[in-house]
Design a protein around this ligand. Structure first.
Ligand code: URA
Length: 225
């Protein structure tokens, strides 16, 4: 494992903080100061930070069925957040949601303490698919579906091609690999339609499945990517 990843897993701080700590000579590997966070370390290596042992935290993953009415944030002074949906035992301080769902969007929201995964799952280049059930105010035409499949433009940004499955005249299953602000709503606006109801059904390999509204379930990394 790379030293940098190990230090992230120990909760030493963001990558920027870690690069700084290493540069300042605060990390030793088997008694030697190291100045390059990209080096590989082995299980038996002794890593000290300012002469103290570090403990790798256990990485965990949870799936929540978010209901409407909650913003995706761990703290907000005025509005109810998804934290209100989490059970009291949940260690809120060290966990965060991967990506965001709008306040009025329902469905699958992943929580983790794995900083690396956040990046992996949200970067468009990683091509992690998310499928939404999109109910619309107006009927969707075949030509609109073609436009979505080719990649519509939202505020000057050309979206990557989407997968579309028609559910009925006013509902589709839309699969995308990007996660721009209000992406689905803006994509629907670009084809002169409007979202009535939005629910995330899948994220990576994980499906909403039999989760009940407001329910939280521990999952494995392999369930996600
Ligand atoms: N796209 C949106 O417009 N809203 C969401 O909550 C998720 C995707």
């Amino acid at each position: 494992m790379r030293l940098e990843k190990y230090l992230v897993n120990c909760g030493l701080g963001s990558r920027r903080v870690i690069i700084e700590e290493v540069k300042n000579g605060n990390i030793t590997v088997n008694g030697e100061i190291v100045y390059d966070e990209r080096i590989d370390i082995e299980k038996e290596d002794v890593i000290l930070y300012r002469e103290k042992f570090l403990k790798e935290k256990e990485l965990k993953y949870y799936a929540l069925y978010k209901t409407s009415g909650y913003i995706t944030a761990m703290k907000d002074d005025n509005r109810p957040t998804v934290v209100e949906l989490l059970p009291s035992w949940f260690p809120k301080e060290s966990f965060f949601p991967i990506g965001r769902l709008d306040r009025d969007t329902e469905g699958l929201l992943i929580f983790t303490n794995d900083g690396d995964l956040n990046q992996k799952m949200t970067q468009p280049k990683s091509k992690v698919e998310k499928t939404y059930l999109v109910e619309l105010f107006f009927s969707i035409k075949d030509e609109d579906i073609k436009k979505l499949e080719l990649g519509v433009e939202i505020n000057g940004h050309k979206c990557l091609p989407a997968k579309v499955e028609k559910v009925n005249e006013q509902a589709i299953l839309l699969t995308i690999v990007e996660g721009k602000f209000h992406q689905v709503k803006r994509m629907m606006r670009s084809i002169n339609n409007k979202v009535k109801y939005l629910k995330r059904m899948t994220f990576g390999k994980m499906e909403l499945g039999n989760l009940k509204e407001g329910e939280l379930m521990e999952i494995l990394l392999e369930d996600l990517i």
